[in-house]
Design a binder for this molecule. Structure first.
Ligand SMILES: [Zn+2]
Length: 97
């Protein structure tokens, strides 16, 4: 128990200063990591919401197999009719560009 109860006079000014500097560096590192984590999280969230929005926008998007005309079809018909050439199209998910 004797060692731990040593008087604080043993620690010099320089020692205390270096301790503060080390903790400051650790603090800066923690802040930097936290900042990076927040930026990364925001980026992931933004990308995720963008993809979801894109998928929702493409949900009713169809491309005619005959004339390659792109049109929206919000009906639940099994074979939507192309408004340009009038041919029936199969409903398949449109690929992202
Ligand atoms: Zn067509």
């Amino acid at each position: 128990m004797g060692n731990r109860c040593r008087s604080p006079a043993a620690g010099t000014d320089r020692n205390r200063y270096s301790v503060i500097r080390v903790s400051l560096a650790a603090l800066v590192t923690i802040y930097l990591l936290l900042f990076l984590a927040i930026v990364f999280l925001l980026w992931i969230l933004g990308e995720w919401s963008r993809r979801r929005r894109e998928r929702r926008a493409l949900q009713y998007r169809l491309r005619c197999v005959i004339c390659a005309f792109e049109f929206d079809d919000r009906t639940d018909a099994l074979l939507p009719r192309c408004p340009r050439c009038g041919s029936l199209n199969e409903r398949f998910r449109m690929e992202q560009i």
